[in-house]
Write a protein that binds this ligand. Structure first.
Ligand SMILES: [Fe+2]
Length: 312
C-alpha cells in the first residue's frame, strides 16, 4: 500500500489491515519501506525490511512512531547495531535519558548501557546488583518527565527463557469497572527512586541519589499524548497516593497492579539473536521474567531510553 505520510500510516493501522508493506515516498538513505506483521495477540508487531544501522528519513521515522503508538511494541529482527549506531537510532526519536542507577563499580550509566546478569569479571551470576528489572514497572516513572520509549538490543541470550513481559495498561484501564475508573480518575501518585528501591528489596537509595531524584507526582490515569487513550500509570516506582492514607493508597495501587497484570493483558517477548525491541512506556508496564539459569548462561542487552513528556 502506498503511503505518503505518517497520518496515512495511522489510518492504515486503525482500519485493521495490520500486515502489509509500506512505501514512504522518495526518502533519503535506504529503501524507505518496511513491513509490519503482528507477533502478539493484541499488541506487538514485527517490523521487517529495514536496517536500523543505516540512515532513514523523517517519513520513515514518523511512520515508526505511528506504529509504536498503535501497536506499543516494535520488534526489529536481524539487527546488528554497535552501541554508537543504537544511540544514533535512539536520538532520531528524541533526547536520550541519563540514569540515576549505578553499576557494579558504582559508576553512573551512560546513555548507552548494558542490562545483564554478568559480574565484573564477565561471568554469569545470580548475585545481581539490582533486581528491579524483575518487578513490573514503566521506565523512569520516578522522573518528573519520564520516558517515552525504551530500546533494547539483544547481544547475548540464554538458550531458552529470558523473556521480557509486557502488560497493556490501556487495555487494563478500559477493562476496569466504570465505578473504579471514576474513583481513580482524580488520584495522583507519588513515584520515587527511594520507594522503588524499597519495593524491590534493593539496597536503600543513597542520600545523593535521593537528592538527585526527589519524589515526583503523576496522575494515576494518564492520557497518551498522541492517541488520547487513557492508561494506568503504576508499577514498582510508586510510593503512595497523594492525600490518601498511605496504607490505603498502597493497597489500592497493589490491587490495580494485580488486576492490570493478569494474563489477558500480557505479551511475553521471546528474544532471538539480533532482535531490537522498542516499546512505548506511556502505555505499558514491563519486567524481565528471569526464567533461565542465570548461574550458567549470559543474557546481555544494550539499553537506551528516549525522554518523553510530562504525564497528564
Ligand atoms: Fe525497565
Amino acid at each position: 500500500m502506498e503511503l505518503g505520510s505518517s497520518a496515512a500510516s495511522q489510518r492504515r493501522c486503525q482500519d485493521g489491515s495490520l500486515a502489509g508493506r509500506q512505501s514512504l515516498g522518495q526518502g533519503m538513505g535506504q529503501g524507505v519501506a518496511f513491513t509490519v506483521a503482528p507477533v502478539g495477540r493484541f499488541m506487538a508487531v514485527e517490523i521487517g525490511g529495514i536496517d536500523l544501522a543505516q540512515p532513514f528519513d523523517a517519513a520513515v521515522r514518523d511512520a515508526l512512531l505511528d506504529a509504536l503508538v498503535e501497536h506499543k511494541i516494535l520488534v526489529f529482527p536481524g539487527q546488528q547495531l554497535s552501541q554508537e549506531q543504537q544511540l544514533a537510532f535512539t536520538l532520531r526519536f528524541g533526547e536520550a535519558e541519563g540514569h540515576v542507577v549505578r553499576d557494579w563499580r558504582n559508576q553512573r550509566f551512560g546513555a548507552v548501557h548494558t542490562v545483564s546478569n554478568l559480574d565484573p569479571e564477565g561471568k554469569p551470576t545470580t548475585d545481581l546488583r539490582s533486581n528491579g528489572n524483575y518487578f513490573w514497572h514503566t521506565d523512569k516513572s520516578y522522573h518528573d518527565i519520564p520516558s517515552l520509549a525504551t530500546i533494547l538490543h539483544a547481544i547475548r541470550l540464554p538458550p531458552t527463557g529470558g523473556d521480557t513481559q509486557f502488560a497493556d495498561m490501556v487495555r487494563a484501564y478500559e477493562a476496569l469497572p466504570e465505578a473504579v475508573q471514576e474513583k481513580i480518575a482524580p488520584l495522583r501518585v507519588v513515584h520515587s527512586w527511594q520507594a522503588s528501591r524499597a519495593n524491590t528489596f534493593n539496597r536503600p537509595a543513597t542520600a545523593e541519589e535521593i537528592a538527585e531524584q526527589p519524589p515526583v507526582v503523576h496522575p494515576l490515569v494518564r492520557t497518551h499524548p498522541v492517541s488520547g487513550r487513557k492508561a494506568l500509570y503504576i508499577g514498582k516506582h510508586t510510593s503512595h497516593i497523594e492525600g490518601m492514607d498511605v496504607g490505603e493508597g498502597r493497597a489500592l495501587l497493589y490491587q490495580l497492579l494485580d488486576f492490570a497484570t493478569r494474563p489477558q493483558f500480557l505479551y511475553a517477548h521471546a528474544w532471538k539473536p539480533g532482535h531490537l525491541v522498542m516499546w512505548d512506556n506511556r502505555s505499558l508496564l514491563h519486567r524481565a521474567s528471569g526464567d533461565y539459569d542465570m548461574a550458567q548462561h549470559a543474557r546481555l542487552l544494550h539499553r537506551m531510553v528516549v525522554r518523553g513528556t510530562r504525564p497528564y
